[in-house]
Every structure is written in C-alpha cells, then in structure tokens.
Design a protein around this ligand. Structure first.
Ligand SMILES: Nc1ncnc2c1ncn2[C@@H]1O[C@H](COP(=O)(O)OP(=O)(O)OP(=O)(O)O)[C@@H](O)[C@H]1O
Ligand SMILES: [Mg+2]
Length: 334
C-alpha cells in the first residue's frame, strides 16, 4: 500500500495553520529549555493533545520536574505540584470539607488536584489509598469527597514521575492503575554533547538569562488543538495494523515466543491509547493522517506498561518494553 492511500480520506476537515503554529511554538519553547529531551517533549504534547495522563520514569536529575514546570509556563491554566511521601493521605490531594461556624454550613476546600496541570512527583512513594484516589480522579475527571462530587478542571492533565531505582518504602503502581496512563515515558541519560549544552544553559539561567516561554496557550486553544488532533485520519489498513500489533500480546498470531513471555496482555484501552497518541504525533508533525511510523514509534510507550510478563520471562531479564519493541519489528505494518 502506498503512502497516498493512507492519506485518502472521506472528507478532510481543514487544519487551522495559525493554531498549529502556536502549538509548535509551545513545543519549540519546551525544546529550547530541555536539551536532548525531544522525545519527552513530544510525549508531553501528545498528552496535552489527547487529554491523556503521563507517567515519566527516569533517574533523579533528568529534568522531569523542569519539563512539567516549563509546560505549565506555556499554558494559561493553573498548575500544582504534589510531592508524594508515604504519610500522604487522600485528602491531601482531593481536599476536605470543613465546618464553617460563621456560615453555619460545610465548605469544601479543594486540594491540589483541582488544577489544569498537576505534577505528581515520585508517585510510587504515595501509599495505595492515595494512588487510588489519584487514579480515580484521572479516570473520572471528578472527585467525590464526603458524598459530594466535584468536577475537575477541563483540561486536566496529570504528569506523574517515578524513579526507576527501587527504594525501601515505595509502593509500585498496580497494573490496573498503570493502565490509566496514556503513555509511560522513560527518560534516558543525556549524551556528552547534550550534557555540555545543559551546563551552558543552566549557567546562563543562574545568571538571570532564563528565556520565557514564547507562547501561552489558552484553554480554548488547547481544546481546539485537541479537536484538530482527534480529526487526524487513520486509514482502515492502519487500524488493522494497530489491532494486529496488540493482538500479538494476546495470541500466537504474530510471534508465539513473545506471546509466551506475556502473562497479562494489553487491553483495548491500550489499542485506543496508541491510536490517539499516533494521531497527536501526526498532528505535531504536520500531517493530516497517521502513518505506520507514528504507531511503531509510540508502541512501547503506549503498551509496555499495560502488559505483565511471566515470572520466567522476567527472571530471564526480559522487559515489557523490549518485548513490544520485538513485536513492532515482527508485525507487518501494511
Ligand atoms: N536535558 C536537560 N535540559 C536542561 N536542563 C537539564 C536537563 N537535564 C537536567 N537538567 C538540569 O538538572 C537539574 C535537575 O532537573 P530536575 O529537578 O527537573 O530533575 P528531576 O528529573 O525532576 O529530578 P528528581 O527525580 O530528583 O526530581 C535542573 O537544574 C535542570 O535544569
Ligand atoms: Mg523532580
């Protein structure tokens, strides 16, 4: 099948070039302050464009917090940061209802989750009750406190971070909760050239030469950009590819040896996540249609955290990301 066939669509909705330029200015502003972090930046924007939440994993000091703060500088919405600790309680996130003597009534004091962009640092240090309150908010877009339901802002985006090094006193997110994240992004160490540029950049900033973000996207612009990204076309043949790929985690259809290493396969939520993320990637790259590369590139980030390996595969040192990578190599795209 040719590339042209992937672009053939029933009725193309026109993309607003000015809006796309603003989204790209946001991307460039992020890239400017995040050296060698192109992949993380693209995924942050994919989260923004799909309304999805992100889990970012990386060693300390890889600019995870910096990336999310910078994103918040480029958005005209409120921002909150939650530092997780083992003694955190659900109400520390959701808020509480207090009795107001003067008013003679209860008043709800919203917690830090009631912001458009919420950075949840070291999510695996939060105890399970807090994690489940967080994940519920992410899934439902609302929070129930003392029997009353409170709607969260729209847009509402959670970026949670975790450290790959296992510490005492961490609570790994259960698989069912990991499934709530659109993408699981792994941040790698910078190479030497990038590290050298980081030194110059941060030194300049310490000398008060910090560059402000070139744009601030309004809530209306974020909504419009989301609609545009959602309008990106996915050819039927590409949907078949998506299904073949995810089916490879469930049946022996693609690669029996890989399938045998998987205890829990990816759910349709994973297939959908990959399609939506692919659309957002295409939008960011100036296409009105998804191509196989969009899918292949994002498959590990969209699927690996949703599958569980057999104990044998894990003992052999196999990883979910590695398996999805192999699957992408072996499943034909078109
Ligand atoms: N790729 C990068 N581009 C620009 N600055 C960077 C980069 N990587 C690290 N830094 C700098 O390193 C420092 C640490 O960044 P930051 O606090 O965001 O890391 P982190 O990943 O959130 O760490 P932790 O896991 O400990 O919270 C900051 O001063 C940041 O400017
Ligand atoms: Mg941090």
């Amino acid at each position: 099948m040719s590339g042209a066939m992937l672009a053939e669509r029933p009725a193309a909705s026109p993309v607003d070039p000015a809006l796309r330029e603003r989204v790209l200015a946001l991307r460039d502003g992020l890239l400017h302050g995040l050296i060698g972090a192109d992949a993380m930046v693209e995924r942050l924007l994919i989260g923004l464009l799909t309304g999805g939440h992100l889990l970012i994993e990386g060693a300390p000091g890889l600019a995870k917090t910096r990336a999310v703060k910078r994103l918040s500088d480029g958005l005209d919405g409120s921002f909150a940061r939650i530092q997780c600790t083992p003694d955190l309680m659900p109400a520390d996130l959701t808020g509480t209802t207090v009795w107001r003597q003067d008013a003679g009534d209860f008043e709800f004091l919203p917690g830090p989750l009631f912001h458009s962009l919420v950075l949840v640092d070291e999510v695996n240090r939060a105890p399970p009750k807090v994690q489940s309150a967080l994940l519920e908010a992410m899934a439902e877009g609302q929070i129930t406190v003392s029997g009353h339901t409170h709607g969260l802002p729209d847009p509402f985006m959670v970026v949670a971070t975790q450290n790959p090094i296992e510490h005492a006193g961490t609570f790994p997110l259960p698989e069912a909760q990991l499934d709530r994240f659109l993408l699981h992004v792994v941040v790698e160490m910078p190479d030497e050239a990038a590290e050298r540029r980081i030194l110059d950049l941060v030194e300049g900033e310490l000398n008060h030469h910090a560059e402000a973000m070139p744009v601030k996207l309004s809530v209306a612009e974020i909504r419009a950009a989301r609609e545009a990204a959602l309008g990106v076309y996915v050819a039927p043949a590409l949907k078949d590819y998506l299904v073949r790929l995810v089916a490879g985690t469930r049946t022996d259809s693609a690669a029996p040896d890989l399938r045998a290493a998987i205890e829990h396969p990816a759910s349709p939520r994973g297939t959908l996540a990959l399609m939506l993320a692919g659309k957002a990637r295409a939008y960011l790259r100036g296409r009105d249609h998804v191509i196989p590369e969009d899918i292949a590139e994002l498959a590990a980030d969209a699927l690996a955290h949703r599958i569980g390996l057999t104990w044998r595969a894990a003992a052999e040192g196999k990883t979910a990301r590695g398996l999805i990578g192999d699957l992408v190599q072996r499943v034909r795209a078109l």
